[in-house]
Design a protein around this ligand. Structure first.
Ligand code: FEO
Length: 188
């Protein structure tokens, strides 16, 4: 019997589908991490940080869905993952932002591994698709580092922590302005 050289059902190599589904889970877990952090901040009175993190929760959810839809568009099967428990308690506001940087570095590594795999299996469509994530991770790591720098520049003592929360609110304003500019450019 002749072995089919191409699959008519999907353009994704089998292992690529698995890798992308793992990334769906990672992005989904990210969204819940941010949601838990937002809630913790809100209960402690760090309202601007909470707003920043609620916004990021929505972003991560969108990241998850973008991959989810791509898998099915390519003829694969996007799988709704089982989400585990997320960390609910933090020792300080700085602890929250340290976890964020650590987590975003892990996400970048995961994306880079899939990009590397794209080259190995010559899946150039997925390579092209993932370019958006490569850029996004660069931006997200830069924001996470900047947020931590704010702690060092202002200092947490006295009213410092209040000012830090204000600055994180300003960071969100800059992000939203950038997003609006991008949407405007895309619509033009
Ligand atoms: Fe979508 Fe921040 O990883």
């Amino acid at each position: 019997m002749k072995t089919a050289k191409v699959s008519l059902k999907t353009s994704l190599p089998v292992d690529m589908e698995k890798e992308l589904n793992k990334q769906v889970r990672m992005e989904g877990m990210s969204s819940f991490y941010y949601l838990a952090m937002a809630s913790w901040c809100e209960t402690k009175g760090y309202i601007n940080s909470a707003t920043f993190l609620y916004h990021h929760f929505e972003e991560e959810k969108a990241h998850m869905m973008k991959i989810f839809r791509y898998i099915n568009e390519m003829g694969g099967h996007a799988v709704v993952p089982a989400f585990g428990e997320v960390k609910l308690e933090y020792t300080s506001l700085k602890d929250v932002f340290e976890h964020i940087l650590e987590h975003e570095i892990a996400v970048t590594k995961s994306i880079n591994n899939i990009v590397d795999f794209c080259f190995q299996v010559k899946d150039f469509s997925t390579l092209h698709f993932l370019q958006w994530y490569v850029n996004e991770q660069r931006e997200e790591e830069a924001i996470a580092r900047r947020n931590l720098e704010i702690f060092d520049i202002i200092g947490e003592a006295g009213q410092g922590i209040w000012l830090i929360d204000q600055e994180i609110g300003n960071m969100l304003k800059q992000i939203l302005a950038k997003e609006t500019a991008k949407e405007g450019a895309a619509a033009a």
